[in-house]
Design a binder for this molecule. Sequence first.
Ligand code: HEC
Length: 135
Amino acid sequence: MRKMIVSVAGAVALAVPTLAVPTLAAAQPTGEQLFNDNCAACHQKTGVGVKGAFPALAADKFVTGPAPQVTATVLVGRGGMPAFKSELSDDQLAAIVSYVRSAWGNKAAPVSAADVAATRSRASALAQPAGLQAH
Ligand code: HEC
């Protein structure tokens, strides 16, 4: 009897960590998944864009240039590109911007959620006058 209880407890202890891993991984989408969900419709999964409509992000000097400019573009949008500041959190934007800066052969430093938060506070101040000018 005692032997049986021990083996059941052992099986439970082994099963719990096995189940916990996929649950945690699914809760945190990667930069690649976030890009595919939010950006790839225009810029394509391969980052090549669509000639004449959506610029390439692969091998793009702007994307691998100063990070705050890339982050600000995604936050407030530009031309035919929508703003993502209300759609995506600082964590999600950091993952996406870091992804586009390092995918498809791009080689630029990642950005943190704190970097995004700093750009967000400056970008909303910058976006205000531009929005007013349009009227
Ligand atoms: C509805 C289509 C669309 C979606 C969705 C979209 N973009 Fe764009 N994106 C554009 C267009 C159009 C431009 C060019 C804007 C312009 O005319 O200056 C652009 C420009 C950019 C640029 C500047 C490129 C350069 O060389 O100047 C970056 C960076 C960028 N997008 C990143 C993203 C990211 C990251 C996402 C997802 C969070 C995204 N875009 C989603 C259409 C889109």
